[in-house]
Design a protein around this ligand. Structure first.
Ligand SMILES: [Zn+2]
Length: 107
């Protein structure tokens, strides 16, 4: 009998603390809220107001390639479709002219 009483007392004492913890949790991170702030990607070509991407401007074009020489996707760089097409064309021209590499070996 005495054991039961102790147990009920213990749970009663623990209950308010647990309720307080539960009340705090949703305030810290409300359900459905984003865990990180997503930054909007802006097309670099549009931002710099370049009409046409030129293969002769290889230093700019090079910024759209990976270290290995691969062309970076639109998903990663955030360029618009129109300029991505121009960039790929410029990179491929630069590759043919041996300005940019087709591929580089992994280190
Ligand atoms: Zn653009």
């Amino acid at each position: 009998m005495s054991e039961e009483i102790v147990n009920t007392e213990a749970t009663a004492a623990a209950a308010p603390a647990a309720a307080a913890a539960k009340a705090e949790k949703p305030a810290a991170r409300p359900f459905g809220k984003k865990r990180f702030e997503s930054r909007r990607k802006v097309c670099k070509v549009c931002a710099e107001k370049i009409d046409n991407v030129d293969y002769k401007n290889f230093q700019f074009v090079k910024s759209f390639t990976m270290e290995s020489g691969k062309i970076l996707s639109r998903r990663i760089t955030g360029t618009c479709a129109k300029h991505q097409r121009q960039i790929t064309k410029a990179i491929k021209r630069d590759r043919n002219l041996a300005i940019l590499p087709y591929s580089l070996p992994k280190k």
